[in-house]
Design a protein around this ligand. Structure first.
Ligand SMILES: *[C@@H]1O[C@H](CO)[C@@H](O)[C@H](O)[C@H]1NC(C)=O
Length: 159
């Protein structure tokens, strides 16, 4: 009797656990990602662009940089200037690909994405001087994604 009840309790616990895990996977994916609004807030620059060239690995952080042709700035265009702009002004270097702290962090040459980035902080110089650093997951370019990002950007005033 006692063992029967115990088995039932165990079965119950297992069922709840498995359902919990499935629910989490289904609703949030296997990697936790902040809300778009938070991601937009923590990135000073948001742009769409195409990966033209994959550059060397950063041996310290095990990440890599890419030369990206910029199509459009959704946020922070005025912050991107001077030495950051490459080859006549429509390309930038973006670092931090492969960063395990970012869920969707991998690109291949020719990929076009929405990039959430910040200027490389000074402690990352000189390796990443004049580079932008990936700040959160890459996003596919769809009309819906573009509209959602623009909506977040327009929700606040940026100077
Ligand atoms: C993203 O930028 C914020 C500052 O806005 C910073 O605190 C955070 O560490 C950055 N995240 C990554 C993964 O670099």
């Amino acid at each position: 009797m006692g063992t029967g009840r115990k088995r039932n309790t165990n079965l119950y616990v297992w069922t709840v656990m498995v359902l919990g895990i499935l629910y989490q996977r289904y609703c949030y994916g296997s990697c936790p990602e902040s809300e778009l609004e938070k991601r937009e807030e923590s990135a000073n620059i948001v742009l769409t662009g195409t990966v033209e060239e994959i550059m060397n690995m950063d041996p310290v952080h095990n990440t890599y940089s890419c030369k990206v042709r910029v199509w459009r700035y959704l946020k922070g265009k005025s912050k991107v200037n001077g030495e950051v702009l490459l080859e006549g002004g429509n390309k930038v270097m973006i670092g931090g690909f492969g960063d395990p702290g970012i869920c969707d962090n991998e690109v291949a040459t020719g990929d076009t994405r929405i990039f959430f980035v910040n200027m490389a902080p000074e402690y990352m110089w000189p390796a990443h001087q004049n580079e932008l650093m990936l700040n959160s997951s890459l996003m596919r370019i769809t009309l819906r994604n573009l509209e959602e990002v623009e909506h977040c950007v327009e929700g606040r005033l940026h100077f």
